[in-house]
Structure formats: C-alpha cells, structure tokens
Design a protein around this ligand. Structure first.
Ligand SMILES: Nc1ncnc2c1ncn2[C@@H]1O[C@H](COP(=O)(O)OS(=O)(=O)O)[C@@H](OP(=O)(O)O)[C@H]1O
Ligand SMILES: Nc1ncnc2c1ncn2[C@@H]1O[C@H](COP(=O)(O)OP(=O)(O)O)[C@@H](O)[C@H]1O
Length: 199
C-alpha cells in the first residue's frame, strides 16, 4: 500500500559495470552456525585473504549490526527474523555496489535462511555451514555465554533453550572438529574461487 507511488527507475551505472571495474563478481558469503562454532574466526581470515588479493570485500557481523542499525532487537524468534531480514537487505545493497559481503550470523532457522536467500537472490547466496557440535561449542565457551545460558541467566539461547536447524544442502560445510582454522579458511577460499569470476 505504502509502495503504490514509488516508481522504480533504471540505473545508468549497473552492477555489471561495477563488477567489471573490480574485475570480480559480487555475492554474499553467509556463515551460519552455533555461537562459538567458528564463524567469526573463519570469516575474518577469509576477509583478510580476499582483501589482500585486491577483492572488494566487507564483513557484516554482530559487532557492526546488532550494536548499530539493529540495536534494541532481542533474540526472540520475531526479532531474530527482523535482524536477519535487515542484514539481508543491507547485504543486497553491498552486492549491488560490487562488494563481496561476508556475513557471520547464527541464523538458526531454516525459514529465516530461506528468507535471506529470497532477498539476496539464490545465485548470490553462498551458504557456509560452520558445523561444530554443541558439546564442542560449549567446551570452547569463548564468551562464557553457554555457562550463563545453562544457569538460566540468558533466555532463548541457541542450542540450549532455542533451536538450531542445520542447513540440509549448504554450498559448503566446515567441520571445525576435523580441520584446523587454516584448513577451514583455505577450503572456503578454494571453493568460492569460481564464484569470483566475472559472469
Ligand atoms: N540468546 C542468544 N542466542 C544466541 N546468541 C546470543 C544470544 N544472546 C546473545 N548472543 C550473542 O549474539 C550473537 C548472535 O547474534 P546473531 O545476530 O548472529 O543471532 S541471530 O542470527 O539473530 O540468531 C552470538 O554471537 P556468536 O557467538 O558470534 O555467534 C552470541 O554471542
Ligand atoms: N577449526 C576451527 N575453525 C574455527 N574456529 C576454531 C577451530 N578450531 C578451534 N576454533 C576456535 O573456536 C572459537 C570460535 O569462536 P568464534 O569464531 O568467535 O565463533 P562464532 O563466531 O561462531 O561465535 C575460537 O576461539 C577459535 O579459535
């Protein structure tokens, strides 16, 4: 209803022009997995490698999203949906601007990841499942959050008191209990190489 008087126009400078100038294509590399699974660790190193290869790349994560545009959103199912919907819209803008986006979010529900894919577009949504068991994430307890969740101090904590639905058919699955950080980063870089080629 609110959109009825918003008429889209054709851009003169297109995404194809931008990708051509950068000499690589753009897409969203979306990391999903439990808290402590290794999303940020792998994502940050992948970003570093791509950046120093001359790729236009930018990371979206909890630090620059939940502390900023999504300040105030909780971890209820509805707020997680809204968190991820906004992130997907932002990611799409970056992709249209020619930038490879690296997104690292728990994104626990299949339906929410399908919503992200629908916003970003299937061709541009490259899903990486950081597959680490709950036992291992809890053993790592990088931020001490599992301890608090077990003690009932954090509500709706993914894996403890809120669900995590594993992707059934991700582009890439990284089992961090079976490979080192360096091996995981290398695997991502090798597997996305063909996605970087100009279409
Ligand atoms: N209830 C609850 N459940 C899960 N995670 C929680 C929760 N409360 C705080 N945190 C911290 O917030 C980070 C997850 O935020 P996300 O934006 O990625 O979550 S979501 O995609 O909207 O589900 C997550 O960060 P990572 O550890 O980097 O995954 C946690 O540190
Ligand atoms: N193979 C691996 N890949 C990624 N992280 C690993 C691996 N092995 C151990 N870790 C450790 O697991 C922790 C993951 O934390 P983090 O990257 O913050 O997870 P997340 O962003 O998913 O919450 C880090 O302390 C990291 O060093």
């Amino acid at each position: 209803m609110f959109m009825e008087h918003i008429i889209p126009h054709d851009y003169i400078v297109t995404r194809k022009d931008r990708n051509g100038r950068n000499d690589h294509s753009s897409f969203v590399l979306w990391f999903t997995g439990l808290s402590g699974s290794g999303k940020s660790t792998i994502a940050n190193l992948v970003e570093k490698e791509l950046f120093f290869k001359g790729i236009q790349v930018f990371s979206l994560d909890g630090d620059n999203i939940r502390a900023g545009i999504n300040k105030g959103l909780t971890f209820s199912e509805g707020d997680r949906y809204e968190n991820l919907r906004r992130i997907a819209e932002i990611a799409k803008l970056f992709v249209d601007s020619g930038v490879v986006v690296i997104a690292a979010f728990v994104s626990p529900l299949k339906k929410d990841r399908e919503m992200i894919e629908a916003i970003v577009g299937s061709d541009d949504f490259v899903e990486v499942f950081v597959d680490t068991s709950l036992e291992e994430c809890e053993r790592r307890d990088v931020k001490g959050l599992y301890k608090k969740a077990r003690a009932g101090e954090i509500k709706n904590f993914t894996g403890i008191s809120a669900p995590y639905e594993a992707p059934e058919n991700p582009f890439l699955e990284i089992k961090t209990e079976e490979m080192s950080v360096e091996e995981a980063v290398e695997k991502v870089l090798v597997d996305i190489n063909q996605k970087l080629a100009l279409k």
